[in-house]
Design a protein around this ligand. Structure first.
Ligand code: HEM
Length: 202
């Protein structure tokens, strides 16, 4: 790794911590609004989804405009998506359910948007665990790639989680915007896959 790479990665690492820094600062300044718990849960959920979307942007950007530098931070962005999902889940467990595991289980079983959030979180775990170079080696490139295709399913389940949550409150504008962006990113992926299989004569 060159000195420039280290500098660039450190900068991105710090930038990714900014949403958490703002959240903590606003907490201590008592600027999280009338319902701080809701703000914490919502902010961390939104940032998890945003980092997931940034991760999904890297390959299209490389193929469309040749931005190779994105590949250097893709893993970090994916891990930040998981990091914010952990904060989101912890905030829900702690501040909303007070670690009442019976109530949490009922919530997961009976509220479809919570079920979908839980499924999304569980699907993220194997990707986070296998994100290291050692794990790529252990699994082999092909199997690792197959496993990491789960990210497309995660993109869909996270949008369903967001959509169903917002639908129950009758405010669908923001999830629609996120869903359209995710749909474009997934369609681009299908387009690139088709193009490369044509190139290989498949
Ligand atoms: C065990 C897993 C999860 C649980 C229990 C959970 C629970 C929740 C809850 C309680 C809310 C707030 C609902 C409200 O304000 O009334 C929420 C919102 C949200 N969650 Fe999750 N969630 C989980 C996983 C995830 C994951 C993995 C993501 C992203 C990849 C995510 C993204 C979001 C988003 C985007 C929102 C909406 C934020 C907004 O309203 O602006 N959640 N979730």
């Amino acid at each position: 790794m060159t000195k420039n790479d280290i500098f660039f990665k450190t900068l991105v690492f710090i930038a990714c911590l900014l949403p958490l820094t703002f959240l903590i600062t606003n907490f201590f300044l008592q600027k999280l609004g009338a319902n701080p718990v809701e703000t914490i849960i919502r902010d961390t959920g939104l940032w998890s989804l945003r980092f997931l979307m940034m991760t999904l942007c890297i390959t299209p950007l490389r193929k469309l405009v040749g931005w190779q530098w994105g590949m250097k931070i893709r893993r970090m962005l994916g891990l930040y998506a998981f990091f914010y999902a952990c904060l989101h889940f912890t905030a829900y467990l702690w501040f909303e359910e007070f670690f009442d595991f019976a109530a949490i289980w009922t919530d997961v079983m009976e509220r479809p948007f919570i079920t979908m959030g839980f499924i999304t979180f569980v699907l993220m775990i194997p990707l986070a665990i296998t994100s290291t170079h050692a794990m790529i080696k252990k699994l082999g490139g092909k199997r690792w790639q197959q496993l990491h295709r789960l990210v497309y399913l995660i993109a869909i389940t996270s949008i369903l989680h967001f959509w169903w949550m917002a639908d129950s409150k009758g405010v669908l504008t923001t999830p629609i915007i996120y869903a359209v962006i995710i749909a474009i990113l997934l369609l681009m992926r299908i387009f690139f896959l088709k193009k490369s299989s044509k190139f290989l004569g498949k």
